[in-house]
Design a protein around this ligand. Structure first.
Ligand SMILES: [Zn+2]
Ligand SMILES: [Zn+2]
Length: 138
């Protein structure tokens, strides 16, 4: 399916083709720190389908603790929204892991797999029983 992305401030916009069956969550501690949240939701896209329409992300190279692999983490230089990760290098890479929260079609991109579940926050399973507001905190 065609997907359309934008960072929080709108500086960076992009589009790509994604397979909704490939959406996954990562609970690893790198993703917790990198999102400032509890887990990251990703969908991979082929580099050939990934087009930046505006803006240029800042790239940060991270050595992942477990594998020792290097990953290029792209985020908006103005608002800090995470955009994607990919293999380090110049030019188009083979695949990009897009951050689903930046995608207009996020409601249709439901996770099919959870990775690094051993690092998942233990309170996640009970989240639906936590009191809810339909809008922001009252
Ligand atoms: Zn931005
Ligand atoms: Zn992760």
């Amino acid at each position: 399916m065609k997907i359309h992305g934008s960072c929080h401030c709108g500086f960076i916009t992009f589009e790509a083709e994604a397979d909704p069956d490939k959406v996954s969550i990562c609970h690893c501690t790198d993703c917790q720190a990198g999102t400032g949240s509890t887990f990251r939701t990703n969908v991979p896209v082929a580099g050939a389908s990934f087009k930046m329409l505006s803006g240029e992300p800042t790239i940060y190279i991270k050595t992942t603790a477990e594998s020792g692999n290097h990953r290029a983490q792209a985020f908006c230089p103005r608002c800090g929204s995470p955009i994607y990760s990919t293999t380090p290098g110049q030019g188009q890479q083979a695949f990009y892991m897009l951050r689903v929260g930046t995608l207009r079609e996020r409601d249709e991109l439901t996770p099919k797999r959870q990775n690094w579940f051993r690092s998942a926050q233990p309170w996640l399973a009970a989240l639906m029983s936590v009191p809810k507001n339909e809008k922001g905190a009252a």
